[in-house]
Design a protein around this ligand. Structure first.
Ligand SMILES: NC(=O)c1ccc[n+]([C@@H]2O[C@H](COP(=O)([O-])OP(=O)(O)OC[C@H]3O[C@@H](n4cnc5c(N)ncnc54)[C@H](O)[C@@H]3O)[C@@H](O)[C@H]2O)c1
Length: 271
C-alpha cells in the first residue's frame, strides 16, 4: 500500500531506540522527513545517520520532553530546518530509563515514593501534552495533522506493580479522545496505539531481551502464553510489529480513524 507520506514532517519522541527508532525508520521509508527526538543526542544522531544512509531525510532533535521550553525550542528548530511545520507527531517516549536499568520487579503503589510517581507522569502525560501543545497551532493553521500516541495495554486493563504507569497511559488515551473532538474540525486525527511486551535491542536483559529464549528465561515462556499470537509464532512482539500501524495512522488512508485506541499486542486484550 502506498501511504503517501512524501513531504510530511514527522516528529517522533524517544526515537533513539526500540519502538521509537523503528517508527522513525518506517516513516522515513514511506517518504516522510523525520525529526528524531531523544533525551540522548547520540541515540538521535545514530538514527538520523541510519535514515540518511538509506536516502531518507532526518533531523536530530535532542530534548527533554518533560520540559516545555525544550519542546517549544525543538519544534521551532525542526520547523526552521525543514522549512515547514510538523504535520505528524508520534508521542512515543514513555518508559522511565532508570526503571529498566535497575531491573527486577517494580514496587506496589503503596511502596512507591512520590518522586517516582512524578517521573512517570511527567514523561508520559506532560511530555505528550507539551508536544501536542507545540505542534497543534501549526496543524490547525494548515487544517491537517496526525497525532499518534504510543500507550500500553496496562493503560486499558491496569497492571499490578505498574499502577502509576497504567494511570498515566490511560490519561494519554483520554486526552487523545478529547483532542480528537476539539480538532476534528481542523481535519486533525488523534489516536493511541496500545502495546503489550515489545522485545528490542534497547532492553539489556530479562524476557524482553532479543536473545531471551524459553530455554534460558523461564518468565518468557509464561509471557508467551498471555499473548494469543505469541502462542502461534513463539515470540513476543517487536518494533516492526508496531511501526506499520503507526505509519498507516499517520497517513491519509486513516483520515476517518480518530479518537481510537487500537491494540497491537497480539490479542493480549480484546476491548
Ligand atoms: N517495550 C515494551 O515492552 C513496551 C510495552 C508497552 C508499551 N511500551 C511503550 O512504548 C513506548 C516505547 O517503548 P520502548 O520500549 O521503545 O522504550 P525505550 O525506553 O527503550 O526507549 C525510549 C526512548 O525514549 C527516550 N526518552 C526517555 N525519556 C525521555 C525524555 N524525557 N525526552 C525525550 N526522550 C526520552 C529514551 O532515551 C529512549 O531512547 C513507550 O511509550 C512505552 O511505554 C513499551
Amino acid at each position: 500500500m502506498q501511504l503517501g507520506l512524501n513531504g510530511q514532517i514527522a516528529l517522533v519522541t524517544g526515537g533513539g531506540q526500540g519502538v521509537g527508532r523503528q517508527i522513525c525508520l518506517e516513516l522515513a521509508a514511506e517518504g516522510a522527513h523525520v525529526v528524531v527526538n531523544d533525551l540522548f543526542a547520540d541515540r538521535a544522531n545514530a538514527v538520523v545517520s541510519e535514515i540518511n544512509a538509506t536516502g531518507g531525510k532526518a533531523y536530530a532533535a535532542p530534548a527533554d520532553i518533560t520540559k516545555q521550553e525544550e519542546v517549544e525550542a525543538m519544534v521551532a528548530s525542526a520547523t526552521s530546518y525543514f522549512g515547514a511545520p510538523v504535520t505528524v507527531l508520534v508521542n512515543n517516549a514513555g518508559i522511565i530509563p532508570e526503571r529498566r536499568e535497575k531491573g527486577g520487579r517494580t514496587p506496589a503503589f503503596v511502596d512507591m515514593p512520590v518522586a517516582d510517581w512524578a517521573k512517570i507522569v511527567n514523561l508520559n502525560v506532560y511530555g505528550t501534552m507539551h508536544c501536542c501543545h507545540a505542534v497543534l497551532p501549526g496543524m490547525v493553521q494548515r487544517k491537517t495533522g496526525r497525532i499518534v500516541n504510543i500507550i500500553s495495554e496496562a493503560g486499558r486493563i491496569g497492571e499490578a506493580n505498574m499502577a502509576v504507569y497504567s494511570g498515566a497511559k490511560a490519561a494519554i488515551a483520554g486526552f487523545a479522545k478529547a483532542l480528537a473532538r476539539e480538532h476534528g474540525r481542523h481535519a486533525i486525527t488523534v489516536n493511541s496505539v496500545a502495546l503489550g511486551a515489545v522485545s528490542h535491542e534497547g532492553i539489556k536483559d530479562g524476557p524482553l531481551n532479543v536473545n531471551a529464549t524459553v530455554e534460558n528465561n523461564e518468565l518468557l515462556g509464561k509471557m508467551l502464553n498471555a499473548y494469543p499470537i505469541s502462542k502461534g509464532v513463539g515470540r513476543l512482539s517487536r518494533p516492526t510489529d508496531v511501526s506499520g500501524l503507526v505509519a498507516f495512522l499517520a497517513s491519509d488512508k486513516a483520515l476517518f480513524i480518530t479518537g481510537q485506541t487500537i491494540g497491537a499486542s497480539g490479542g493480549f486484550t480484546m476491548i
